[in-house]
Design a protein around this ligand. Structure first.
Ligand code: ADP
Ligand code: MG
Length: 568
């Protein structure tokens, strides 16, 4: 239809808008960053589609973003000549939230403003942040390739609904017109807008232009001229020299590529030459996204070829167990028309993936092995958020298994809490004289692990045991059977061999006890014929009368429970 239509927002959008306006007010300047970020994404998309269809550019090849304001009308306008939106796209992109993790996000909201503000940040604010400072937003857009008559105007007061109508739009791309709320007039200043752009959007690789302002001697005031000036550096951040980039610029660039609101934990930025030439700028987020466990999740690596954006979520560039890494990889070798299928088979891609994997592991090692407390704390934060995912690497990435094993952290009987802070190296350093094994117990949770009767003998002897309670642990342990020459042994399995930890006197005592109880054991075996495979005298218990153990070569009790729960 060409008629003006009024449509209702998806319920989640309404909820998000309400929350955002109230809880993000103290961060209101970010609206400009979000809208410029969208304009930049739209230009990247156009460039990409135009690789195979140059006609999309029409006679307008110079991509840029323009920010302007109108004091009398009290509006700020952000314009781009990127891909634009059709009527249907405007409805689906601006009227609904299509993100993965949406359900989890809304499930976590508490009603507490401060807590929820942090959650929104993590979820990503995007287009709707315009409503923090505007009580009406008008979007006028025309998708590249559509005729001027098929423009669309989308308009909303940011409450329950919005309108869409067909308009004539002479230029390709999108204009976002913000009608300022009462009291936001300080934003109607060239100086103010420029300083916000320089602060948050300097890293954008397209020029962000504004009209020049000059002092007029006759009028005794500054007047806005027709000439444009570029406000940002307008070069791809990752292609600049490290020494020319400030920590703030690295942070803001992260927020742009990741759609995250918080600063990252750390980053690595390298230009790699050799068999394959590429630049990588990779970040570790400070917080796990809502959709870390979602199979359809949007991945984190944007692929560029010689500065041209090719695709989001280039999953071939990073192994699955590093799916939390965000950033940009810019290849000098891949063809511009590279597809996901080609990426799958490309040897260049394999070289890039291997190199990037090593860089990420190196970045983690740097935090984990640092002397500074600040970095150590960062590693602990990383481990709490992403440790369970990193563990997948033990099984998936044989080539880097040893390095990954050193990055593992566990809860342990050496500490009196559930925090996973013990590394295998620390465990070995603390091991008893003559202890040639690494002992662990697996359980559903920390309390169960800590109170396991299997630990009694270890407590008595003062031997440390690692307490493993994550779902992936059992699976991981099937790939991690030894570390630096020491076998990893479950304290709940088979005839526990304490090796040199047992002295001669103890061994003798044990033999005598076994003989003394021989008859009783035989009777119990008979009584439990179809319930237990074997009955043995044990010395691993000090307080409990009996415990169940799995055979050396069999699945442990915990894994059996997991498999049963999974219906196998
Ligand atoms: P995100 O950028 O994380 O996808 P946003 O809320 O910022 O989320 O934007 C929602 C969607 O609206 C974008 O994914 C895009 O499809 C569309 N959009 C927003 N701004 C523009 C624009 N300037 N040009 C084209 N499409 C846009
Ligand atoms: Mg956005």
């Amino acid at each position: 239809t060409t008629e003006k239509q009024t449509l209702g927002f998806q319920a989640e959008v309404k909820q998000l808008l309400q929350l955002m306006i109230h809880s993000l007010y103290s961060n209101k300047e970010i609206f400009l960053r979000e809208l410029i970020s969208n304009a930049s994404d739209a230009s990247d998309k156009l460039r990409f589609e135009a690789i195979n269809n140059d006609a999309l550019y029409g006679n307008d090849h110079e991509l840029k973003i323009k920010v302007s304001f109108d004091k009398a009308a009290r509006t700020i306008t952000i314009s781009d000549n990127g891909i634009g939106m059709s009527r249907d796209e405007a409805i689906s992109h601006l009227g609904t939230i299509a993100k993965s993790g949406t359900k989890e996000f809304f499930g976590k909201l508490s009603g507490d403003q401060q807590q929820d503000a942090a959650l929104i940040g993590q979820f990503g604010v995007g287009f709707y942040s315009g409503f923090i400072i505007a009580d009406k937003i008008t979007v006028e857009s025309r998708r590249a390739g559509l005729p001027a008559s098929e423009g669309v105007r989308w308009e909303s007061g940011g409450e329950g609904d919005y309108s869409v109508e067909q308009i004539e739009k002479t230029s390709r791309g999108t204009d976002i017109i913000l009608h300022l709320r009462e009291g936001e007039d300080e934003l109607l200043s060239s100086w103010k807008l420029k300083s916000i752009i320089r602060k948050y959007s300097d890293h954008i690789s397209l020029p962000i232009v504004m009209q020049k302002e000059e002092w007029d001697d006759e009028k005794k005031e500054t007047v806005v001229k027709d000439d444009l000036e570029t406000v940002n550096q307008a070069s791809a951040l990752w292609a600049r020299n490290k020494s020319d980039i400030t920590p703030e610029q690295y942070d803001e660039f992260y927020k742009h590529v990741s759609h995250d609101f918080q600063s990252p934990l750390t980053h690595t930025h390298n230009r790699v030459e050799g068999r394959s030439e590429y630049t990588q700028l990779l970040y570790i987020p400070a917080k796990a996204p809502f959709d870390l466990w979602d199979r359809n999740k949007r991945g984190g690596i944007k692929l560029y070829v010689k500065r041209v954006f090719i695709m989001d979520d280039a999953e071939q560039l990073m192994p699955t167990y590093l799916r939390f890494v965000k950033g940009v990889i810019d290849s000098a070798d891949l063809p511009l028309n590279v597809s996901r299928e080609i990426l799958q088979e490309s040897r260049d891609v394999k070289v890039i993936r291997d190199g990037s994997t090593k860089r990420v592991i190196g970045m983690l090692e740097e935090l984990a092995n640092a002397d500074e407390q600040e970095k150590k704390d960062k590693y602990q934060t990383f481990w709490t958020e992403f440790g369970q995912v990193l563990k997948e690497g033990i099984g998936e990435d044989a080539a880097n298994k040893d390095r990954l094993a050193k990055l593992l952290r566990f809860a342990s009987t050496a500490n009196d809490n559930h925090e996973q802070i013990t590394s295998l190296e620390q465990y070995i350093a603390r091991a008893k004289e003559g202890q040639d094994k690494i002992y662990y117990v697996t359980a559903d949770n920390y309390i169960a692990a800590k109170n396991s009767p299997h630990l009694e003998i270890f407590r008595k002897k003062g031997v440390e045991v690692l307490l493993l309670t994550d779902r992936v642990d059992e699976w991981m342990l099937s790939f991690l059977t030894e570390f630096e020459g020491k076998e990893l042994v479950s304290v709940a399995k088979g005839g526990l061999d304490l090796g040199a930890l047992e002295d001669e006197a103890e061994k003798k005592e044990h033999e005598e006890t076994e003989t003394a109880y021989k008859d009783l054991v035989e009777k119990m075996k008979e009584a439990l014929t179809d319930k237990a495979k074997d009955v043995r005298v044990t010395f691993r218990l000090t307080d409990s009368p009996a415990c169940l153990v799995a055979d050396e070569n069999e699945l442990s009790g915990n894994l059996l429970r997991m498999l049963k729960a999974a219906g196998q």
